[in-house]
Design a protein around this ligand. Structure first.
Ligand SMILES: Nc1ccn([C@@H]2O[C@H](COP(=O)(O)OP(=O)(O)OP(=O)(O)O)[C@@H](O)[C@H]2O)c(=O)n1
Ligand SMILES: C[C@](O)(CO)[C@H](O)COP(=O)(O)O
Length: 259
């Protein structure tokens, strides 16, 4: 499936003029169930400050100067509902495509829907609704400056142990303690030269292989990945306590904006 770039109306000075299509796009995988968050609607549709998390994520990325096109990857049976939701929130220019079984499948389907003009792709989790636009722009800028793959990340604050996993609930033997100074906790949006990411997805899908993030996929092709500073507020809403934190961060932002 491909999207005609004329579906995406120009808006503001960051959009390409004339017949040129978008060069920088964000793919937002939003097709997950949110099992770790507990029972309820699919995670991307759960509300944060009265607005679905997905809408926060779309607005956060669309605010970035670099971003010219946003493609949302919806649950495979939920694309019409997501389309309606985005229209109701004043986001008719955002494209919606159905997703897949895994995050990796959903990203691949989102990539396949991009118009040919797109050269730089950012992939951003719907589950990171509060990412600041400065972080989005920093990632896009670094890719446009020539880096094929860029991830935002923060230093790790806990000491990390490697273990021999035990499924039976028995204590797990520690097998090592990596040097914390060399570890980073990786966030999104992750940015790529479009060809590099598309090739990684195609090749790994053909080999039946995967990774938990897109940078991990291009690393397997031997492509260099660089890290730029992430942001504390770009955390992923994964478990119930993350939602409590997200509500608190949003309330603080709204209180700040009210003054
Ligand atoms: N088949 C899938 C699985 C995940 N995602 C998206 O990938 C992002 C990060 O994944 P994660 O936090 O793991 O979300 P879920 O898969 O929904 O969470 P869980 O593993 O708890 O079910 C989310 O925006 C999620 O919607 C997706 O688009 N398609
Ligand atoms: C892409 C990601 O958010 C980077 O931290 C993360 O790898 C997603 O992992 P999940 O297990 O699907 O939450």
């Amino acid at each position: 499936m491909s999207i005609d770039s004329t579906d995406f109306a120009p808006s503001g000075d960051r959009r390409p003029s004339g017949d040129a299509g978008p060069r920088t796009a964000v793919v937002i995988p939003a097709a997950g169930k949110g099992v770790r968050l507990g029972p309820g609607a699919p995670k991307a549709l759960r509300e944060l400050g009265g607005t679905p998390m997905l809408v926060h994520a779309v607005r956060a990325t669309a605010r970035a100067r670099a971003v010219e096109l946003v493609v949302v990857v919806a649950p495979s049976d939920g694309a019409p509902a997501v389309r309606t939701l985005l229209d109701e929130h004043g986001l008719p220019e955002v494209a919606v495509v159905p997703g897949g079984e895994t995050r990796q499948d959903s990203v691949r389907l989102g990539l396949a829907a991009l118009p040919d003009t797109v050269e730089t792709v950012l992939v951003h989790d719907a589950a990171r609704p509060l990412v600041p636009d400065e972080t989005v722009d920093a990632v896009a800028r670094t890719v446009r400056a020539g880096a094929p793959a860029v991830v935002p990340a923060l230093p790790v604050t806990d000491t990390v142990k490697q273990v021999e996993p035990r499924a039976d609930g028995e204590p797990e033997p520690v097998t090592g303690t990596p040097d914390r100074a060399r570890l980073r906790a990786v966030q999104t949006p992750q940015g790529f030269a479009r060809k590099v990411l598309a090739e990684a997805h195609a090749r790994l899908a053909a080999r039946g292989e995967g990774a938990t993030d897109d940078a991990g996929m291009v690393e397997r092709l031997g492509v260099e990945v660089v890290v730029v500073p992430g942001h504390e507020e770009a955390f992923k809403v994964t478990r119930p306590l993350d939602l409590v934190l997200a509500e608190a961060v949003l309330a603080r932002r709204r209180a700040h904006d009210a003054f």
